[in-house]
Design a protein around this ligand. Structure first.
Ligand SMILES: Cc1ncc(COP(=O)(O)O)c(C=O)c1O
Length: 356
């Protein structure tokens, strides 16, 4: 059998090894200078005043919601097709995740259905740029009342742009992930980006037990330990420095796939004028389950797209979501990395063609 093709291959090498080695040699593994350096590089990349590094994308969403003081009796709108962390974070604040259906072609939430789901209890909308495709932001802004916070789940959208504006700089707050399938990875990690100094300060307090910057002896409200250590921040800095190159490499691989696949499966794209962040390359086809099994049998590590949250036991009481069901049944993530070769793309597409 030919060489297996992994689903993802993080783009880390000599620069990351040297950066991590420096931190180990410094003896300061956490709460040191690399955290601020990583946050500054991230704020520059996204174009926000502030970036607060945390331990995961899930922690970022949790703290963004808590910074907005979202809690019991509040509702937060969440797409029905997303990684479950988006809804879980809402529920673990004590609020209710109100699911809204998605367009199975784009995999993104349908703004007109968001409008229908708003109630007097709605405090926020978690807009997910799923797989790196920017949400139609202006349409969403138009249908959401002013007092409802628009928060980005930009877990997979670092580098993506909505009409020229980076994802991560569109919402009141945005949440990023640095899991190994993301364009920039720290192994595990995340961040909240925002232009609002008070919200950034709240997230900083909440990630560090509730302790405010410059104080050590008092806590006005409790927090967590959701810090991202220096050793992981250092790993992310060289990748942020070459973010444009990483994105261009992913655009090239996406182009190879699209060229070969667009006539026989649904292929991902972004709206005119937007830039896709290419967190993943996810196609849509009817014989998804057969294709997934067939590719895996050939050593090609394909994967489902993501979850129909409405089908999970914890969320089965939230109604019917045909768009999410269709997306869940049809979506297939193909092996995708900056280092994916054209030969690998040929092998994957030849295997996939059998199920078109
Ligand atoms: C849309 C979305 N939101 C949230 C998360 C959670 O991020 P993390 O795995 O860093 O906790 C992910 C992770 O894949 C995601 O894809």
């Amino acid at each position: 059998m030919s060489e297996p093709i992994r689903l993802a291959r993080p783009d880390v090498g000599g620069a990351e090894l040297a950066a991590v080695a420096d931190v180990l040699a410094s003896g300061q593994l956490t709460m040191g200078p690399q955290v601020a350096a990583f946050e500054a590089a991230l704020a520059r990349a996204v174009g926000t005043q502030d970036a607060v590094a945390v331990s995961s994308g899930t922690a970022a969403i949790h703290l963004a919601l808590l910074a907005l003081r979202i809690g019991p009796s509040d509702e937060v709108i969440v797409p029905a097709y997303t990684f479950p962390a988006t809804a879980n974070a809402v529920e673990l604040c004590g609020a209710r995740a109100v699911l809204v259906d998605v367009d199975p072609e784009t995999f993104l939430v349908r703004p007109e259905l968001v409008a229908d789901a708003v109630t007097p209890r709605t405090r926020a909308v978690l807009a997910v740029h799923l797989f790196g495709r920017p949400v139609a932001w202006e349409e969403l802004q138009t249908v959401v009342p002013q007092e409802v916070a628009l928060v980005e789940d930009a877990a997979g959208a670092l580098g993506a742009r909505y009409r020229g504006t980076p994802c991560g700089a569109l919402g009141l707050l945005a949440c990023l992930s640095f899991h190994p399938r993301k364009i920039v990875t720290t192994g595990e990690g995340g961040a909240v980006t925002t232009d609002e100094a008070e919200l950034a300060a709240a997230v900083r307090r909440l990630r560090h037990h509730g302790i405010a910057a410059g104080t050590t002896v008092d806590i006005s409200s409790p927090g967590f330990n959701y810090r991202l250590p220096d050793v992981l921040c250092a790993l992310g800095i060289p990748q942020l420095e070459r973010l444009e190159g990483l994105l261009q490499a992913r655009e090239r691989v996406a182009g190879w796939y699209t060229e070969r696949l667009e006539h026989f499966v649904g292929v991902p794209s972004a709206d005119e004028g937007d830039r896709h962040g290419w967190q993943a390359y996810v196609v849509a086809l009817d014989r998804r389950d057969e294709a997934l099994a067939g590719l895996r049998a050939e050593g090609i590590e394909a994967q489902i797209g993501t979850y129909a949250v409405n089908q999970l036991t914890a969320y089965r009481d939230r109604g019917a979501f045909p768009g999410a069901d269709a997306a869940f049944a049809r979506a297939l993530a193909l092996p995708f990395a900056t280092s994916t070769t054209e030969d690998e793309v040929d092998r994957v597409t030849a295997a996939l063609a059998r199920y078109a």
